[in-house]
Structure formats: structure tokens, C-alpha cells
Design a protein around this ligand. Structure first.
Ligand code: SF4
Ligand code: SF4
Length: 460
């Protein structure tokens, strides 16, 4: 026998790893895997389709880095709205804390892009190369031409998904229609093309090759989320009292008196993407995917035993106590989440569609015009956050008999910042003090008005 040839029988039954350390995940079927499969396809489609939606003639969701704007269904946010972005992150964080405290690592098992993409990549693998045992056998023998074709097709499919992923991801930052046309006609600039290929390569590497290694060794969230767990958090657990003492038995035979319900079929290990045996208790490697639950339920059904030897349960329940749903940590996270959401909604509702700032000319405090009037120069910076061009009137309050140098109307294109230089002249008789406070008023014909305070200087 060739000493370099790996005997496929050398598989550690505790971890489902072969001599190469590779896990071939056996397909598991059942309600939770159905939820993962359909949920995964749905999330992927949502991710791929969202940037194609238009609103008012523009991409509905776009982080336009070039223009420093974030478009979201007709609303435009600018770097000035950074607090809103910070609030979104805080809300997402509290939402995740709440979810993890209540349902454990359900994010990891069902929603995390790493899990979703890996699930889809394994789907292609199964379709093209067959089930796990067959794949393991094939990989440890000389490749046939048939297998080479199938493997090539698999990698083409993986790259196709990866390129689409990279393209769509960059399409959230650069308008996706132009991006796609330029990408497929090879006219895309170096930088956007680099990012598309970079994210495509990351997707291919992570979902095709790294898989659970990412979850086990690289994901920081996997490490600290156990801090959010308590004994009432839903985890995937094995009922030791019911299952032990484990042992094989014949399908038709009556259950031996000295054995529990676990028939030691090892299916729960073979379907586990992280290669653990859940019968050893709660482990940080468990991503709560439920594959072992489905596999074990299937075995229980075959044996005519009650389902649920492995289930979504809590440590309290496993110990024979009642699970407490309402508990201080959960209430705390819920209250914080509701408060943050309320704050976010209040900020979004009250956000001004227009921003205006006033800069005085710093080089010359004032000057005297040909009529002997005092003249001050300003620059108005007007930011139109709407997605339509706007016409505004400019006026002042707090100064009498003002002579304007520069027009009192301005047109500001959608999402643009426009600078408007202008000068005001006032007769010295009208100025009661060396520095007079007044307001610039920006208004439109629909009743909108915005006031910004400034100063008129006669003498310092
Ligand atoms: S799948 Fe169920 S019966 Fe089979 S080994 Fe795992 S726990 Fe035991
Ligand atoms: S132990 Fe079960 S739930 Fe946890 S990762 Fe493995 S298969 Fe998924």
C-alpha cells in the first residue's frame, strides 16, 4: 500500500476528522435545516437584490463614498449625521446582545454571512460531488476524469457566487448598474475592480475552504458571546439523563433495560460543521445550527423513541428546573433597545432636510461703501439633503434697511453643498452698537424656513 495514501477509514469518531484534519459534513435533513436552507437563500437574495431597487430615480440604498452621502429610500444622510450612524451600530449591538442572551448563538447558526455562504457552497458541493462519505473516499483516491470535471464545475459555481457577492457588496458603495456594466465590459477602473475581486476572493476562501475555521479560530464574536449566556439561554443540549448509558442495539429489539435512548449512531457528530460531539456538553465551538437535533430526531423516529434527545433547551431545563424567560439581563437589554430605537426614530423624524452655516469674512471685519454705509461680507454654506433640486429665498432679521450685494435667491441641486458669497450694507445710523446680532433666514415657497445667527460688525 502507498504510505502516502490516506486510509479513509482513519476517521476520529469524536470529531469526524480524517487523517488530514478535514471535516466532511454529512447532510442533515429536518425542520431546522430546512429553515437554514430557505432562510439562507432568502437572505442571500435580499442582499443581492436590495442595491438594484431604485427610489426617485436613484439607487435606494447607497453609501456614496465619493459624494460622502448615504442614500436610504429618499433620505440623504451626510457626515454631519454621524450620530445616526453611531445609533444604528448601538441598536444593532443591543439587538444582538438581546438575541444571544435569549436564543444563544442563533446569529451564528442561521444569520451570519459566513454560515449562510458556507451552507450555499456546501449545497453546490453536495450536488456536484455527492454526499460526504463519497466525497471523502473520492478525495483520498486518484481523481478520475469524471471527478475532475465535477470538481471544476464546483469551483466555477463557487467563483460565480463569489464574484456576484463581491460585485453586489461593492454595489452598495458605487451605483450598481454602472458598476456591473463596466465590470462585465472590462471597463471598470482599477480601484473598484480591485475591491470586487478582493471581496470575491474573501468569499471563495472563507465559504469554500475556511468554513468553520473562521468560527472556531478567527471570529471575535464567538469568543465573547458566552459572556452573555446564562442558565436560561437557549442552547443546543443533549439530555444526558435520558440518553445515557448510550449503546448500540438492534432496530427491532426492545430497548435494553441498562441502556438509555442514545444508540451511539454518531450521526450527531457526522453532521456537525464544527466537528464536535454535543453529548460532551456545552462547547464554545457549537454554533447552534441545529443539524445534530435534526439528525438525532431522525434516529429517534426510526427507533420509535420520542424526539428531542438533542434539542434547543436551557441549562436549567436540562437540570430539571424551570426556564425563566423574563430575567433582569434580558429586560435590561430590551429596555436599552427600545430607548435607542425611540431616540433613533426621533432623530430621523426631526432631521433637517437643509443645513446652513454662515461664515464671516475673516480678512476684513467691515468696510465703508461709496455711500458711507457699513458693509460686511459673508459666505453661506447651504447643504440640500433632499433628493430634489431646491430654490430658496435668503433674508435677514434683526437688521433694518439692509442693502444687498448679491442675489437673495439660490438654487441648490439635490444632495449638494453650495457656497453663496454675499455682502450686506447698513447705514451707520441704524446700528445701535459696534456688534449687532442678527439672523439669516433661508426659506422656500412651501413654508420651510431655517434661521442661523450671525454678527454685523461696525467697529471693534
Ligand atoms: S444522533 Fe442521537 S442517538 Fe445518535 S449518537 Fe447522537 S445523540 Fe446518540
Ligand atoms: S453541536 Fe449541533 S448545533 Fe452545535 S454546531 Fe454541531 S451540529 Fe450545530
Amino acid at each position: 500500500m502507498d504510505p502516502n495514501k490516506i486510509d479513509v477509514k482513519i476517521i476520529d469518531p469524536k470529531t469526524n476528522r480524517d487523517a488530514n484534519g478535514k471535516i466532511y459534513v454529512r447532510k442533515s435533513q429536518g425542520a431546522y435545516q430546512k429553515l437554514r436552507r430557505y432562510g439562507g437563500w432568502f437572505l442571500m437574495l435580499l442582499f443581492a437584490l436590495l442595491p438594484w431597487i431604485s427610489y426617485d430615480g436613484r439607487q435606494a440604498i447607497l453609501f456614496d463614498l465619493g459624494k460622502q452621502q448615504f442614500l436610504f429610500f429618499g433620505a440623504t444622510f451626510f457626515p454631519q449625521d454621524l450620530t445616526l450612524l453611531a445609533l444604528i451600530f448601538v441598536i444593532a449591538a443591543f439587538g444582538l446582545f438581546l438575541l444571544t442572551t435569549f436564543l444563544g448563538r442563533v446569529w451564528c447558526g442561521y444569520l451570519c454571512p459566513q454560515t449562510v455562504w458556507t451552507f450555499i457552497f456546501i449545497w453546490f458541493e453536495e450536488k456536484l460531488e455527492g454526499p460526504a462519505n463519497k466525497r471523502r473516499k473520492q478525495d483520498n483516491n486518484k481523481y478520475s476524469s469524471h471527478l475532475i470535471v465535477r470538481k471544476t464545475l464546483k469551483h466555477i459555481a463557487w467563483w460565480a457566487v463569489s464574484i456576484i457577492t463581491g460585485l453586489v457588496f461593492v454595489g452598495y458603495f458605487i451605483p450598481i448598474k454602472e458598476l456591473s456594466i463596466e465590470f462585465f465590459t472590462f471597463e471598470l477602473g482599477f480601484l473598484p475592480a480591485f475591491w470586487v475581486w478582493f471581496f470575491a476572493a474573501c468569499t471563495y476562501g472563507n465559504a469554500g475552504w475556511m468554513r468553520a475555521i473562521m468560527c472556531l479560530h478567527m471570529c471575535p464574536y464567538a469568543r465573547f458571546q458566552s459572556a452573555m449566556f446564562d442558565k436560561d439561554t437557549y442552547i443546543v443540549g443533549y439530555d444526558t439523563k435520558r440518553g445515557e448509558k448510550r449503546g448500540p442495539r438492534s432496530l427491532k429489539a426492545k430497548k435494553p433495560k441498562d441502556l438509555g435512548d442514545c444508540i451511539d449512531c454518531n450521526l450527531c457528530v457526522q453532521v456537525c460543521p464544527t466537528g464536535i460531539d454535543i453529548r460532551n456538553g456545552l462547547q464554545y465551538e457549537c454554533i447552534n445550527c441545529g443539524a445534530c437535533i435534526d439528525a438525532c430526531d431522525h434516529t429517534m423516529e426510526r427507533m420509535g423513541y420520542e424526539k428531542g434527545l438533542i434539542s434547543y433547551t436551557t441549562e436549567h431545563k436540562l437540570a430539571g428546573n424551570k426556564t425563566k424567560i423574563m430575567r433582569p439581563k434580558l429586560i435590561g437589554y430590551s429596555v436599552a433597545l427600545v430607548l435607542m430605537l425611540a431616540l433613533f426614530i426621533a432623530q430621523v423624524v426631526t432631521v433637517d432636510p437643509i443645513n446652513m452655516s454662515v461664515l464671516r469674512d475673516r480678512n476684513q471685519m467691515y468696510r465703508i461703501d461709496s455711500n458711507g454705509w457699513i458693509e460686511n461680507t459673508y459666505t453661506l454654506k447651504i447643504l440640500n439633503k433632499t433628493q430634489q433640486e431646491q430654490q430658496y429665498n435668503i433674508d435677514v432679521a434683526g437688521l433694518k434697511n439692509v442693502k444687498w450685494y448679491g442675489s437673495q435667491t439660490i438654487s441648490v441641486p439635490a444632495g449638494q453643498l453650495v457656497s453663496k458669497p454675499l455682502s450686506l450694507a447698513v447705514s451707520p445710523d441704524e446700528l445701535t452698537s459696534p456688534i449687532v446680532k442678527f439672523e439669516f433666514i433661508l426659506s422656500d415657497n412651501d413654508g420651510f424656513s431655517l434661521k442661523v445667527e450671525s454678527r454685523f460688525i461696525k467697529k471693534l
